[in-house]
Design a protein around this ligand. Structure first.
Ligand SMILES: Nc1ncnc2c1ncn2[C@@H]1O[C@H](COP(=O)(O)OP(=O)(O)OP(=O)(O)O)[C@@H](O)[C@H]1O
Ligand SMILES: [Mg+2]
Length: 252
């Protein structure tokens, strides 16, 4: 379980807040979407969960323990992280990129290699063809798959995904979203997924947390946020897509 309790984050000694009084809990096996526009604090929130950023105040618990009391490496072994943008190291092969955390943890070369092969198969890439390639020899969608494979390397219980399909065309993106739903069912991960795309949020989320200027506007199921918006901001956010959806209905 992941829980945030009244978390604040200021990067400028309290003059402004990237995250303000944020509290929520994520249940085991759940996919929670952090939805909001650019600069609303999504990445900051995600990074605080695995301690890449430390909160100014408040508490973040993973498995009932404050992340600030935990060893960073041990914490990151239990939390896979897919970075915003692509985040692969250009001078490392696919296999080396996937094996970064296993190497840090001291796995033998044989174990690392076997795991890299499993992971490539899991994300739908033939290991024989792709393990030795460099990131610039892959398409954008293939690079995103490697990013997901890398996050799964140590079979973490939690997966934090920061706009992992953000830069992709609609068709590739749809495909990867469906694959993620399949993976989630097979692997039973608890996922926090960041996006600014309302359709992606509705497709992937068990619950959706709407953030606005660092604050939580509403947290609820898709039915709740669409049918009973807690604020004008949430209503407006979902009004436009609802209009678009009704246009699609008319086209049928
Ligand atoms: N290291 C930092 N130093 C100073 N300010 C920061 C830092 N990181 C983030 N911020 C500020 O905190 C706010 C929230 O940033 P954050 O990256 O969390 O937004 P985001 O919701 O992920 O946006 P995007 O959708 O554009 O990725 C922004 O105003 C940003 O400028
Ligand atoms: Mg971000």
């Amino acid at each position: 379980m992941i829980a945030l309790k009244r978390v604040n984050k200021s990067f400028d000694d309290g003059q402004s807040y990237a995250v303000r009084d944020l509290s929520f809990e994520i249940a085991e096996g759940e996919t929670l979407i952090l939805l909001g526009s650019s600069g609303c604090g999504k990445t900051t929130t995600l990074k605080m969960i695995n301690r890449l950023i430390e909160p100014t105040s408040g508490e973040i618990l993973v498995d009932g323990r404050d992340v600030l009391d935990r060893d960073r490496i041990e914490l990151r072994r239990s939390i896979g992280y897919v970075f915003q943008g692509i985040g692969l190291f250009p001078h490392m092969t696919v296999e080396q990129n996937i094996s970064i955390l296993p190497r840090l943890l001291g796995w033998s070369e044989q174990k690392r290699r076997r795991r890299a092969q499993e992971l490539l198969e899991l994300v739908g890439l033939d290991p024989a063809q792709y393990a030795g390639r460099y990131p610039d020899e892959l398409s954008g969608g293939q690079q995103q798959r490697i990013g997901v494979g890398r996050a799964l390397a140590t079979n973490p219980a939690y997966l934090l995904m920061d706009e992992p399909f953000g830069a992709l065309d609609a068709v590739t993106r749809d495909g990867l979203q469906q694959e993620l739903l399949g993976l989630k069912q097979r692997l039973n991960k608890t996922i926090v997924f960041v996006t600014h795309d309302i359709f992606e949020a509705l497709t992937l989320g068990d619950r959706i947390a709407v953030l606005h200027e660092g604050r939580l506007e509403q947290l609820g199921t898709k039915q709740e946020v669409v049918r009973t918006p807690a604020s004008e901001f949430v209503r407006d956010l979902f009004a436009k897509p609802a209009e678009q959806l009704s246009i699609f209905e008319d086209l049928r």
